[in-house]
Design a protein around this ligand. Structure first.
Ligand SMILES: Nc1ncnc2c1ncn2[C@@H]1O[C@H](COP(=O)(O)OP(=O)(O)O)[C@@H](O)[C@H]1O
Ligand SMILES: [Mg+2]
Length: 232
């Protein structure tokens, strides 16, 4: 049996001694797209930071390819992790082409994934639309052919068609290259169309998990319980 690409085991973490996320158990297998869902403040980003090596566990551990690790992000990146944070990773003063090159991403492959970037290839990152910047961000992250992709709110504030294109690209990386993907998404319904499984967090713990199909079949219920009016 292959090891999970990445796993959190009984993980607790926070920004001081106080845990913000508690006893988190998450598994992402190679070739799987897994969604991490929950309202604002539920602890999704804190979980991602811990998996990425940016935040040390207070308890529990993170395993990569079955081995416990305490390595910082730059080491995990060398071992094949791409981490797309909530901040955009586009270099504003460089063209689309140069953004891809400095990320060591293949330009042709990026254009195949996102054909609409073709006519924007010489345009500076800072002049791209929000959707184009996020396509470029994802193309940069996937262009390195990571074993693990952690993506936090990749499609925030974008139009449905662009959300779909981003999710399709992630799905393709999982299917064709065996990338293990963990995706924080506010577009819950769309995410469940592309994910294999999902975890739903509330108040720092995982309260619900299941296959995407199973969760999608009771989406109204789940939205009412975990997302409705929960912006605060
Ligand atoms: N840098 C920080 N310092 C202290 N508390 C933080 C910090 N970042 C987030 N928090 C708190 O941790 C909790 C979870 O936040 P976060 O993981 O960002 O949630 P989500 O990504 O699900 O919106 C929130 O209560 C938030 O206020
Ligand atoms: Mg967040």
């Amino acid at each position: 049996m292959t090891n999970p690409a990445i796993e959190a085991r009984n993980l607790s973490a926070g920004y001081g001694k106080q845990a913000v996320i508690r006893n988190i158990n998450i598994v992402v297998n190679p070739g799987e797209v897994v969604a991490l869902l929950g309202s604002n403040g539920a602890g999704k980003t804190t979980t991602m930071l811990s998996l990425a090596g940016e935040l040390s566990p207070l308890e529990g551990e993170v395993l990569i390819d079955g081995k416990p690790t305490k390595a910082p992000l730059h080491v995990r990146a060398k071992q094949g992790m791409s981490y797309v944070t909530e901040e955009k990773s586009v270099i504003m003063g460089l063209s689309t082409r140069d953004n891809l090159r400095v990320a060591k991403a293949d330009v042709d492959e990026a254009l195949r994934l996102f054909p609409s970037l073709d006519k924007r290839i010489s345009v500076a990152g800072g002049s791209l639309s929000g959707g184009e910047q996020q396509m470029l961000t994802l193309a940069r992250a996937l262009g390195r052919h990571p074993k693990i992709l952690l993506a936090d709110e990749l499609s925030m504030g974008l139009a449905p068609l662009i959300v779909q294109r981003l999710l399709q690209a992630v799905r393709e990386a999982a299917d064709t290259r065996g990338t293990g993907v963990l995706l924080v998404e506010q577009h819950v319904r769309q995410a469940l169309k592309y994910a294999d499984r999902a975890y739903v967090m509330r108040r720092g713990v995982v309260e619900l998990e299941g296959t995407a199909k199973e969760l999608a079949s009771r989406i109204d219920d789940i939205e009412a319980t975990y997302f409705a009016g929960a912006k605060a």
